[in-house]
Design a protein around this ligand. Structure first.
Ligand SMILES: NC(=O)c1ccc[n+]([C@@H]2O[C@H](COP(=O)([O-])OP(=O)(O)OC[C@H]3O[C@@H](n4cnc5c(N)ncnc54)[C@H](O)[C@@H]3O)[C@@H](O)[C@H]2O)c1
Length: 253
């Protein structure tokens, strides 16, 4: 089925691994041209996107550094006739550890905010002219943890709450330009980053999460893809400012 993404230029941040990599492959499979952005090497994603039949280009950027974001976005706009969609997936998640709120290092708090909130904002701000020109679509990756108020990750949860607030505000500001802005809120996804977060409690945590879900299956990185393809396609032209949990029914909004 052609869902209207064939030949569209789509930017995916944090495309280097896991959820971002699956999103990039998903876009390739429906005929989009994928523009990957990450601070880590994008070689593996490039190979997988190309194998899936998608056109691919890679841009290195550190979302914590405003000048790095600006330079990458300038290059992306110079290299591409249009930017039809943007998925703000990059975030500081892998590498974080669960801990009580009074133990969070303030430097780590700032880093989480700078990457997850300001970095997301800066990518949108820098690509805005092209997204407005194309009447494009933006999907911000939030987190169900901000909807559920999950414990042990106060800085990360606060940053994803901010992503939800920005999504609604961006939808209002950009709606007049024909740009839609929505958020996808993954639940607890079974991947390396989640494993690192919970260390030796991972199996227990995953089991408890699955038990709390309506559908008793672990949520996998590739489970995000369908909803993101929908929200960036013409099928969702009238959908904006929404937060969509993708979590096997862990969270009901
Ligand atoms: N895994 C989960 O359970 C889960 C749950 C809810 C939301 N999410 C969100 O989904 C998205 C993907 O998460 P994931 O599980 O694949 O995590 P991950 O840590 O494996 O991937 C994050 C990606 O962002 C990139 N990134 C990090 N810092 C960056 C920076 N300064 N500049 C540029 N790129 C940077 C990383 O290199 C990586 O490719 C994130 O927004 C995360 O917050 C994940």
């Amino acid at each position: 089925m052609d869902i209207g993404l064939t030949g569209k230029n789509v930017v995916v941040t944090g495309a280097g691994r896991s959820i971002g990599q699956e999103i990039a492959i998903g876009f390739a499979e429906v005929g989009a041209n994928v523009i990957g952005v990450d601070i880590i090497d994008l070689g593996e994603t490039g190979e997988k996107v190309t194998a899936a039949g998608g056109a691919w280009s890679a841009h290195s950027a550190d979302l914590e550094d405003p000048s790095s974001v600006e330079a990458a976005c300038k290059n992306i706009m110079a290299d591409n006739k249009s930017i039809d969609a943007l998925v703000n997936n990059a975030a500081l998640y892998g590498g974080l550890k669960m801990m009580p709120m009074d133990k969070i290092d303030l430097d780590v708090w700032d880093k989480v905010m700078n990457i997850n909130v300001r970095g997301t904002y800066l990518v949108v701000r820098n690509l805005m002219p092209a997204l407005i020109e194309a009447k494009g679509k933006i999907v911000n990756i939030a987190s169900g943890s901000a909807l559920r108020g999950s414990p042990g990750l106060m800085h990360y949860v606060a940053s994803k709450g901010a992503v939800i607030g920005m999504t609604r505000s961006m939808a209002t500001e950009l709606g007049g330009h024909g740009v839609t802005v929505n958020a996808v809120a993954p639940g607890f996804v079974a991947n390396e980053a989640s494993q690192g977060l919970t260390d030796d409690m991972y199996d227990k945590y995953l089991e408890m999460t699955v038990m709390a879900q309506s559908i008793k299956e672990p949520t996998e990185p590739k489970d995000m893809v369908g909803t993101i393809l929908y929200l960036t396609s013409p099928l969702a032209n009238s959908v904006t400012g929404q937060v969509c949990p993708v979590d096997n029914g862990l969270c009901k909004t």
